[in-house]
Write a protein of this length. Structure first.
Length: 327
């Protein structure tokens, strides 16, 4: 007859074995393909960046509109695998209003070529990125066989429409990796599509601030780009004074205008009645509260004084006409 302490030891080990077996079965069940719970994709910061990295905050500091995925049966991926390169429904070609970024997130980035006050670059609408989108949701930071790398010649080829090397690199890592194209192909496509967009006259490097409705912004772009319908374009605003942040154009994989998906239509990306459009910046611009010598900070009624249009901007000359001119 077994002694009580030996019997107790055997019983303890038996119970431990049953528990371990149960735990293993539970783990296998939870990890089976039919039971995996997929979380939301990260922001592009980038919407997307966010595209984008972060809003992208876009972290690419450009994904100003927040984007989220539903937890539906297909998680909004339209039957695609999650974050698989080349598997998406359409593109969002995102144009950012640079003065808004420089007045906010980029205000203190004096080492940034986009917002510093030394080189005289008067950015207005710039290419933020070309974002692969699902009908509901979006991929980001897709895994590639090799670590993403953007060659210097490719970066240089984009600096006439994108304001910094950092943004170019960020956009490929966050969004370009999901396009199914290598960096040269992706940015050549982005540049070509950007060049097809006509920038309305009122948004071509304005010297004075404007207050308009989001519908007015949309109408101006539709008038300048008749190949698009209202459901193919989205205006994004936000922040202090509901400033204009982005204009997004929805395109098919072959670059044709198409209706936007849920990312741009589920909720309005600009709900304000009026949108504030800050003027294009110049290197002579100073921080709020200060003024350059010999220049008044405003008119007698307190409105901002317009920049002298006759005086050349300091710093290197460059072409500020991003996109084709709207005739």
């Amino acid at each position: 007859m077994l002694r009580p302490h030996i019997l107790l030891t055997i019983l303890v080990f038996a119970l431990l074995g049953v528990y371990i077996a149960h735990f293993v079965v539970e783990q296998r069940t939870a990890l089976s393909p039919g039971n995996v719970t997929t979380g939301n994709t990260g922001a592009g910061s980038g919407s997307s960046g966010s595209n984008s990295n972060g809003s992208n905050r876009r972290a690419d500091n450009g994904d100003y509109g927040s984007r989220s995925n539903d937890n539906g049966s297909d998680n909004g991926y339209g039957g695609y695998g999650r974050n698989v390169p080349g598997e998406f429904d359409y593109y969002a070609l995102v144009l950012s209003w640079s003065p808004t970024y420089c007045a906010g997130e980029g205000r203190d980035r004096d080492d940034d070529t986009q917002c510093n006050r030394r080189d005289g670059r008067r950015y207005s609408f710039v290419l933020h990125g070309l974002w692969p989108q699902y009908e509901n949701g979006y991929p980001s930071n897709c895994r590639l066989p090799r670590r993403p790398f953007v060659p210097d010649p490719v970066i240089s080829s984009m600096l006439d429409v994108m304001p910094s090397r950092g943004l170019v690199i960020h956009e490929y890592r966050t969004h370009g990796t999901c396009s199914g194209m290598d960096p040269a192909q992706y940015f050549a496509t982005a540049h070509r599509l950007f060049d097809t967009i006509n920038i309305p006259d009122r948004f071509r490097n304005p010297f004075e601030s404007q207050i308009v409705s989001a519908a007015d912004v949309e109408r101006e772009f539709l008038r300048a780009n008749p190949q698009f319908r209202p459901d193919m374009i989205a205006v994004v605003c936000g922040g202090a004074g509901a400033s204009l942040r982005e204009v997004r154009f929805c395109l098919s994989k072959d670059g044709k205008p198409r209706a936007c998906g849920q990312n741009e239509t589920r909720r309005k990306l600009c709900t304000a009645n009026q949108v504030f459009i800050p003027p294009a910046r110049s290197a002579a611009e100073t921080m709020p509260g200060s003024q350059p010598s010999g220049q008044r900070s405003g008119s007698a009624n307190g409105s901002p004084a317009a920049t002298d249009r006759s005086s050349p901007l300091p710093g290197p000359r460059m072409d500020y006409d991003y996109g084709r001119h709207a005739q």
